[in-house]
Design a protein around this ligand. Sequence first.
Ligand SMILES: *Cc1c(COP(=O)(O)O)cnc(C)c1O
Length: 220
Amino acid sequence: MFQRASRIRQRLSLALESQELSPAPLPAIIAASKQQPATAIESAIKAGIEDFGENRVAEAGEKWPGIKSRHPQVRLHLIGPLQSNKVREALSIFDTIHTLDRPKLAQALADHYSNGARALPCYIQVNTGEEPQKSGVPPRDCDAFIAWCRDTLHLPVIGLMCIPPQHDHPAPHFAFLRDIARRNGLAGLSMGMSDDFEIAARLGATHVRIGRALFGDRAL
Ligand SMILES: *Cc1c(COP(=O)(O)O)cnc(C)c1O
């Protein structure tokens, strides 16, 4: 685990060094720990990882309260779809939401916050490839959705997230996401996974979400 974590950090710094730009800060590594047992998560924490991503509210609810009580510095990110009826539970487990992907969810979050729930920073997920089976706001709706979330619902939107189509080159999707973020004044970019995190880093990712390169292959 130590070796894998330091290898990822090394690859990230090499990716950024090879750019002409003044070296940007390394993106934060979010360890995508779906299907990983608490023991694997504990080793990642020992290797210095402080951010973790889980895809399912129920799985996170089982695994994380114990880990968090032992490691209060660790931050937990929701990186999978959130159903409106799971919002309350999600708000009690996670620190950040990366998958705000539709008006109904935005409204549900706003309702909970106006009823006193702790407001979590969130990323809006953009369906950059306009894939029908994938979550995310369609690119043409992005600017209006961002404005509505921030200005009308007062959600703490801090960035954008995407998962490029499996068979496309990811670079144009990352660049596209970065451009939408820039023109909307959003600093956070949650993009890049095990197979493409260096490309994402070069295109300005502030958070890369890494599963297999850190934990090894998942069981299917
Ligand atoms: C599983 C997952 C990742 C990590 O994927 P790897 O290919 O294992 O690095 C990143 N983001 C999301 C949303 C995921 O579900």
